[in-house]
Design a protein around this ligand. Sequence first.
Ligand SMILES: CC(C)(COP(=O)(O)OP(=O)(O)OC[C@H]1O[C@@H](n2cnc3c(N)ncnc32)[C@H](O)[C@@H]1OP(=O)(O)O)[C@@H](O)C(=O)NCCC(=O)NCCS
Length: 227
Amino acid sequence: MQSTTLSNRLQGVQWNTEHDEPYIFVNEHVRITPIRSSDVDMFVEHFNEPLVNGNPPGSPPMMTREKAAEGVPKRAREAMPAIDALRRGEDAMEACPFSIIRSYPEGAMMGYLGMHSSNHPLPPPEHPSTDYPWTNKTWDVWYNMSPRYTGKGYTKAAVKALIESYMAPIMRLTHVGAGVNVDHVVSRAILTGCGLQEEFRYERFRPNVDPIPRIKMVRRLNQSDYD
Ligand SMILES: CC(C)(COP(=O)(O)OP(=O)(O)OC[C@H]1O[C@@H](n2cnc3c(N)ncnc32)[C@H](O)[C@@H]1OP(=O)(O)O)[C@@H](O)C(=O)NCCC(=O)NCCS
């Protein structure tokens, strides 16, 4: 169980006693949870969906069962230190244990989301001497949703919940970023709906393809809102 004297910053993180894991409430049918070792089959199915992985139909499977059988329990183990820290009531950390957009109460994997330290960061923030050195990086959110659940606003709601319940209060970020293809109107709508705005444009270079025009979108977060 979590500590009984919770900091305000932990208000967006709930606890599921059945799975003994934290979750972020998105709506009555959707939660964001850590990955579980039992997610292997759903993980394989999710990442072999062409509308999720972007590969042309008929391409070799992107995610083999063998790869998932090793990778999913590994990711679940890697999430444990952050889960334990949340259980102890810690409210300042770089790690994020949440990655699965999951239906409730069924438990199906609807989508996958997370964040990484950006290759296209903003200029360094003005507080290099912070107690939380990871906040001097630019963190970009990323996400995907199974076509079974798209078009319902679930991705937008999940990304917004991740930012407002975790990236802002617990990672203590002063800005959240994302990189999006200029022509990806749906993803741009998701990010705009989550409060991100265009900051600058750049090109992504990949071998043997034309440069892809991209937009860096950013939402600034006011840490004093969480104190
Ligand atoms: C892109 C993807 C995440 C969309 O998921 P989704 O669950 O359908 O998204 P949501 O329903 O939450 O939101 C879609 C938004 O796009 C808007 N939208 C949909 N079609 C649109 C169009 N043709 N033009 C403009 N906006 C459009 C919707 O109105 C909605 O915005 P709103 O809530 O402000 O009205 C999903 O299709 C996917 O996983 N694609 C593959 C991976 C990917 O592209 N990831 C993003 C990489 S940056």
